[in-house]
Design a binder for this molecule. Structure first.
Ligand code: ADP
Ligand code: LRH
Length: 501
């Protein structure tokens, strides 16, 4: 029988990649065929994503996936796109973009827009599951409309824009739509009264398909450019990269001992999968967002994650006139003495690009732990603070959900940061399993494999998974705080990432 193949386009806020998933009756293997950097640029005076360049890179990657299928005698049966949340394009009736796709890193002060909405945060939270955050689509859209941007246009989130460029079809699916603070995640419907309150009543919101629906087939132009002999279906996978990254997770039950989730990329998303949104006042006060997952919702905190290190490296590379290797800094930082949490990694002053070492120094001084001036100390302060923030978010999510966290799963590029994974094990007192690194691409492929009938459940895909980026390593807590049966020791490598205990 012919091997079935699925291409995942995974657009992260710091890099994009195209990953090919090959599925035969025994195994699911994943192969990265193309990777490219993603850096926001100034367009028309705003911080924006370079959509044209990113889409050109996507086509290069999909072309490489088609060629790889040819070499392996596999048949490409689907393409899926996932991307970072909240940001959007405005498009006219012909589907053409009418302005830049702004980056959430360039947003201004959201408070006047939130005040102008005239609806209390608790009411909006009860309806959408999303607290007031500077990056929300709702306030970004209010700002765009207030600036006179095409109030009659259609809105597409980033993965939806890609689907439209590939198929000509306009639409969305629940996971990316739920990052907006404009959707009711219980029924996956837009909330017209909230759009009105943001001055965006004239914006045409995309129809929300079911997860896994076929959006359409590649257009004749795309089919030819990719060297395909026939059009390929484009699937509405979990378009939010965080939902794809946690595709393996099933909702937790009250009273259970469960796996806590950390998606560690440019952002860190930390929490638990739930069957239903939890919109009680305590969840709002604790700063949790409820965004749709592949199954149920994800009760997570949005924390500035590897962004802090990315921006430090960029700043130091500017000072040195040469790239600064992350591995060397992590080795130096890992050697130093440990600390408690230093700074609040969710602080909104850390959101925009800029001189991150200086901002971190200010926050550390405010917290009463001045830095020693070395780069290693900056990195260590970030890692200590991230590990403590992960532990805190998992503890609070568990308290809200009425369960106990018994182990931690870290996925995404940050799973390769051994120092941070070890500090997370120490801070939580729990074993931390790190991987898969390419979790979003794998979740994207998993949904395609299930809807096309190559596997019956998402669990089966993960059971059969091998290949680059699918490995996992376990870290044991050091010191007094571990609650584990197997204390101490070095990381244990397991061949695949599974969700079994
Ligand atoms: P995104 O999807 O948001 O673009 P990724 O999941 O690709 O982000 O994660 C990128 C981050 O992963 C990098 O900024 C870096 O901090 C971390 N990372 C990647 N490779 C390594 C490595 N070898 N060691 C430590 N950290 C790494
Ligand atoms: C992570 C992420 C996160 C937020 C942010 C904007 O990549 O999707 O869940 O939505 O980007």
């Amino acid at each position: 029988p012919v091997t079935r193949a699925y291409a995942a386009v995974d657009l992260g806020a710091s890099s994009g990649r195209v990953v090919l998933g090959l599925v035969d009756h025994e195994a699911v293997t994943v192969h990265e065929v193309h990777r490219f950097p993603n850096v926001p640029v100034q367009q028309d005076g705003v911080l924006a994503w370079d959509v044209d360049a990113l889409f050109a890179q996507t086509l290069t990657g999909l072309g490489a996936a088609v060629a790889e299928c040819g070499r392996r005698g596999a048949r490409l049966e689907g393409v899926g796109v996932d991307a970072w949340g909240v940001d959007f394009a405005l498009v006219d009736d012909e589907g053409r973009r009418t302005g830049p796709v702004r980056s959430h890193r360039g947003v201004g002060d959201p408070r006047p827009l939130v005040a102008a909405r005239g609806i209390d945060e608790s009411e909006v939270y009860a309806a959408t599951g999303v607290p007031d955050q500077a990056i929300n689509t709702s306030v970004q859209l209010a700002a765009a409309v207030a600036a006179g941007e095409h109030a009659g246009d259609g809105l597409l989130f980033v993965p939806d824009l890609w689907v439209q460029l590939l198929t000509g079809q306009r639409g969305t699916e629940p996971t990316i739509a739920s990052t907006s603070q404009l959707l009711d995640p219980r029924v996956d419907r837009w909330l017209p009264q909230l759009l009105e309150a943001h001055g965006a009543g004239g914006i045409r919101m995309p129809p929300v398909s079911e997860l896994g629906a076929v959006a359409g087939r590649t257009t004749p132009d795309i089919t030819a450019r990719l060297g395909l002999s026939a059009p390929v279906p484009v699937i509405r996978v979990a378009g939010h990269d965080t939902a794809s990254a946690f595709a393996f997770a099933r909702p937790v039950e009250r009273g259970a001992r469960v796996e806590g989730l950390v998606s560690s990329g440019t952002w860190s998303l930390v929490g638990l999968p739930l069957a239903e949104p939890l919109t009680i006042e305590e969840a709002l006060a604790a700063g949790f967002t409820n965004e749709r997952g592949v199954d149920g919702v994800l009760l997570v905190r949005n924390l500035n994650g590897m962004w802090l290190l990315q921006q430090c490296l960029a700043h130091w590379a500017g000072e040195d006139g040469a790239p600064v290797p992350l591995g060397d800094l992590l080795a130096a930082a890992g050697a130093g003495p440990g600390h408690e949490a230093v700074l609040d990694v969710a602080d909104e002053r850390l959101l925009p690009p800029g001189d991150m070492p200086a901002r971190i120094a200010v926050l550390c001084a405010e917290a009463g732990r001045p830095l020693d001036g070395s780069r290693a100390d900056v990195v260590r302060a970030v890692l200590d603070s991230l590990a403590a923030a992960y532990a805190d978010a998992l503890g609070e999510a568990a308290a809200l959900a009425g369960c106990t966290v018994g182990r931690v799963r870290v996925v995404g590029g940050g799973a390769r940061n051994a120092v941070l994974c070890q500090l997370t094990a120490d801070a939580t007192g729990l074993p931390v399993t790190a991987g898969p690194v390419e979790a979003s691409a794998i979740g994207n492929i998993a949904v395609q494999a299930v809807v096309s009938g190559a596997r019956s459940t998402v669990e089966e895909v993960y059971q059969d998974l091998t290949g680059t980026g699918s490995d996992a390593v376990t870290y044991r807590p050091r010191g007094e705080r571990h609650h584990d049966d197997h204390p101490g020791g070095h990381p244990v490598t397991s061949s695949t990432a599974t969700t079994s205990s």
